[in-house]
Design a protein around this ligand. Structure first.
Ligand code: ZN
Length: 300
């Protein structure tokens, strides 16, 4: 969300890049315009000392009315369709939450997120450690941070469709690397681990799911590192001696019930196995075992 605050005062160029059909950004534009208009109007009014008092009062009233109008637009409540409201009412009757963790925008299994959020009605989140700054761009010339901003908006748009919540960490996508060690060293292991722990303590998931395994089968150092950090954070989030400063800022320790790996089969890389559910059938996870089996997940 910090991006949106920065964006509010960003350039028209960036606005055109990110905002097609996005009402929230349009409100930001209205706010910016109102601020600029009022600032110039006040300067103009102060410089017109020769005007009679009544004229200056009329101008002040006009400015006030304009500011009220644009402020009321900026605070207009979000509009929901009947289907959205019906879905949200149904979700009130379902307890259960899932946090999916990977490294980049586009790593996430969007079908799985939609399945959890809109079919099983669980509270669902995706933590992308990076914003995809180091990815390739075949449809424009934006690279680095500019590309990361675009991909941030792509994820936020995707979550508005699949119904999941979006989280990021402070990890910067510096491009491809071969090993998790390189990624964790570049990112600062403890800093990014603290971010993952923070999201877990804040979101309080019942189940955590990684997209990748924590080894070379992940295919990218960032991918493997995301799984390593997720496993470490699964335990650290429940430990009051780990990152205790967070506990003074509105979160509590949290022990998720289970951590899973969303095994995959694409390209020549098949990480699924016929017995991948064998270790998972336990009474205390009866609720989840059925969901896990339906969704094609693997015990970690
Ligand atoms: Zn990736």
């Amino acid at each position: 969300m910090s991006f949106e605050i920065r964006h509010k005062h960003n350039t028209a160029r960036n606005t055109s890049l990110f905002t097609a059909g996005d009402d929230r950004i349009n409100f930001c534009e209205a706010e910016c315009f109102a601020e600029i208009f009022c600032a110039y109007a006040i300067i103009f009014a102060n410089s017109m000392a020769v005007f009679k008092t009544i004229s200056r009062q009329a101008l002040a009233a006009t400015i006030l009315l304009f500011a009220v109008f644009t402020s009321s637009r900026a605070q207009a409540p979000a509009a929901y369709s009947s289907a959205d409201i019906y879905l949200q009412l149904k979700k009130l009757n379902v307890l259960g939450s899932v946090l999916y963790i990977a490294a980049h925008p586009d790593d996430e299994n969007t079908r799985l997120l939609a399945y959890f959020s809109k079919e099983k009605l669980y509270r669902t989140g995706y933590l992308s450690l990076t914003r995809g700054d180091g990815g390739q761009n075949l449809i424009g010339d934006e690279q680095g941070i500019d590309l990361g901003l675009i991909r941030t908006q792509e994820l936020l748009s995707a979550r508005r469709i699949d119904g999941a919540e979006q989280f990021f960490s402070r990890a910067y996508d510096f491009g491809f690397c071969k090993t998790a060690d390189e990624a964790l060293k570049t990112w600062d292991h403890d800093k990014i681990l603290s971010d993952v722990v923070w999201v877990i303590r804040k979101f309080q998931p019942d189940v955590i799911i990684t997209r990748f395994p924590g080894d070379e089968r992940a295919g990218h150092g960032h991918h493997a590192a995301s799984a390593i950090l997720a496993k470490e954070a699964f335990a650290a989030a429940a430990d009051p001696t780990r990152f205790p400063e967070q506990l003074k800022n509105g979160v509590q320790t949290w022990q998720a019930k289970r951590i899973l790996w969303n095994a995959f089969n694409f390209g020549n890389n098949n990480t699924t196995t016929p017995d991948q559910f064998a270790a998972m059938i336990r009474n205390d996870f009866a609720k989840w075992s059925k969901v896990i089996k339906e969704a094609g997940l693997r015990a970690e």
